[in-house]
Design a protein around this ligand. Structure first.
Ligand code: NAG
Ligand code: NAG
Ligand code: NAG
Ligand code: NAG
Ligand code: NAG
Ligand code: NAG
Ligand code: NAG
Length: 495
């Protein structure tokens, strides 16, 4: 009886885990500068440009040089839109793959590629400096990262260096598994910035390059340019056989990754460029796709990162053949400008199917949430002009200047940023003071003199921290709130 029971019900126990669809459905693919929605030649749907805070649209100078429609149009942010501009995309809280396409191609006819920075969720992630290398300026480049979004809005912001106009060709945001790439161990305060995602033995593939699917939206590069001279003659192996253990939570590595590999008797060596003193997370992907390897102990090699022995690998022993096997390793506090990966033979020739390298960028401090609310309310009520760049987080990233006229400091316990000074004298402001200003509990100086502000002064104005207040030369009405009559406040007030 018990055997019959098992036979009847056993099939029901297995299939669900194999056939689960990708459970995350939030994604936006924005054709920056695009006026209408479109579908590209890989069947990917693109939204017309939206969610931006300012800027203008343009077209690359040689549209025929680009094969995808979303690569031909762009958005740029001239200084009249302010130093800081953003895409503010409404998303459920979670973890996201964010990819940008950045191109110049002399769209403005000035032969000057721009210097600018980009941030995600208030942390600096990309820096572009003029002049860009020739092929990047002409052909453009994709950059990507994984980041957590804790509120309901993903902020991707640009900051102009000198007077240059930041530029973007497309922006993709795809929800991914929050447990992917080791986050249960590293926590949710790191942004993983892609410094190389290689698919050894295969030309470039994935979104933007082929129609091969990857639920995370990742694209994969050929490894040929990253193999060191000693490994130049490595042999490529490919298979069309099914590889087990692929496309599974939380990383959903595509089967295609494991269907090609490179191998070489003398050992394989890769050199990946890195550029900041940070921790780097390295992922290695293997599958035994040579059917002449039939048991454990026939292909054994050591994996070394910057000469450190990370692991001994016997793929067959771990998972058998035609099955995916992945390892990850964190290189701490890397101080060289190259990350070197070696596969050193022990028995037979080493073989590799995938190699990923991510800089672990710690999330920057950001403005405490209630002060962000207050500053957004003031932006609206005071009609702060676009040219002042009041977009994104008022104070973060800390590498950038705060919103024009705003001074920030770390709060007492060092966990957030707070606004200590607002200096908006003679800016042609026309509105009123929002009562949300009471949320700025660390404000020391407020100067709104010589504008055309109206209405009554909010009761919340006069927080204990306030030491200097200048509201002179405006058209305020009503009486002065009692909170403003404290003795230590230096008050300059005239209607
Ligand atoms: C996405 O999934 C959530 C639940 O996981 C569901 O509530 C929502 O309607 C889905 N959205 C779309 C566009 O399918
Ligand atoms: C594109 O998608 C549509 C439906 O969304 C499908 O009918 C069509 O076959 C797809 N084309 C390609 C080339 O995948
Ligand atoms: C490298 O480390 C592994 C354990 O991770 C060990 O089994 C192997 O012997 C080491 N290789 C060398 C050459 O020391
Ligand atoms: C990644 O590495 C950590 C530490 O070695 C390990 O605990 C974890 O299981 C690894 N994850 C995968 C998917 O290999
Ligand atoms: C990182 O490495 C540098 C030397 O390269 C060293 O001075 C510094 O103390 C290290 N920091 C940590 C946190 O290990
Ligand atoms: C740090 O201070 C802020 C107020 O500035 C407070 O909201 C927050 O709870 C404090 N955090 C800790 C860990 O004490
Ligand atoms: C406020 O700003 C104006 C410049 O717009 C300046 O003349 C004035 O002295 C400032 N007020 C105080 C109290 O510093």
């Amino acid at each position: 009886m018990s055997i019959l029971f098992l036979l009847l019900f056993f099939p029901l126990l297995l299939p669900p885990s194999l056939s689960l669809p990708y459970p995350y459905n939030a994604s936006y693919r924005i054709d920056c500068g695009g006026l209408t929605p479109s579908t590209d030649s890989y069947n990917t749907s693109w939204l017309a440009d939206e969610f931006f805070t300012g800027g203008s649209t343009a077209v690359v100078s040689e549209p025929l040089h680009f094969h995808l429609p979303q690569e031909k149009t762009l958005r740029y942010f001239p200084l009249s839109s302010g130093k800081k501009n953003c895409y503010n995309i409404p998303v459920p809280p979670g973890r996201y793959y964010v990819r940008t396409f950045t191109v110049y191609d002399n769209y403005d006819g000035k032969s000057h590629s721009a210097s600018f920075d980009a941030s995600v969720e208030g942390t600096l992630v990309f820096s572009w400096r003029s002049p860009w290398v020739e092929n990047l300026a002409r052909d453009g480049a994709y950059s990507d990262l994984f980041a957590f979004v804790k509120d309901r809005q993903l902020d991707f912001c640009f900051y102009s260096i000198a007077t240059d106009a930041p530029v973007i060709g497309s922006l993709e945001v795809v929800q991914i598994d929050p447990l992917s790439y080791n986050s249960p161990e590293t926590g949710d305060s790191y942004i993983l910035v892609n410094y190389g995602r290689l698919s050894p033995g295969s030309p470039q593939w994935g979104p933007g390059f082929t129609s091969d699917p990857d639920p995370f939206g990742r694209s994969w590069q050929s490894d040929a340019d990253y193999r060191n001279a000693n490994s130049a003659s490595a042999r490529v192996i490919t298979t069309k056989e099914k590889i087990t253990g692929t496309e599974q939570a939380p990383n959903y590595f595509p089967m295609k990754l494991y269907q090609s590999a490179v191998t070489i008797g003398g050992g394989l060596e890769y050199e990946l460029d890195v550029d900041a003193k940070l921790d780097y997370l390295v992922w290695f992907h293997f599958a035994e796709i040579d059917s002449t390897v039939k048991k454990a102990g026939e292909r054994v090699f050591d994996v070394l990162v910057n000469e450190k022995n990370v692991s001994r690998v016997d793929i067959y022993k771990e998972v058998g053949s035609f099955a995916a096997y992945s390892l990850n390793y964190t290189e701490k506090n890397l101080s060289s400008s190259v990350l070197n990966v070696k596969l050193v033979p022990v028995i037979g020739a080493p073989l590799i199917s995938g190699l990923e390298n991510y800089a672990m960028v710690p999330a920057d401090l950001s403005t405490v949430p209630e002060q962000v609310i207050a500053m957004r309310a003031l932006k609206d009520s005071l009609h702060v002009p676009d040219r002042m760049g009041w977009n994104g987080d008022p104070c973060a990233p800390t590498d950038w200047d705060a919103w024009e006229g705003v001074t920030c400091h770390a709060d007492k316990n060092g966990t957030g940023l707070v606004i200590t000074q607002i200096d908006l004298g003679s800016q042609g402001l026309k509105g009123y003071i929002s009562d949300q200003i009471s949320l700025l509990s660390n404000l020391i100086n407020l100067n709104l003199s010589a504008n055309a502000l109206e209405g009554t002064l909010p009761i919340g104005l006069g927080q204990k921290s306030l030491a200097r207040l200048d509201l002179s030369n405006n058209q305020f009405s009503g009486s002065i709130p009692e909170s403003l009559t404290s003795s230590n406040l230096q008050l300059v007030y005239a209607t």
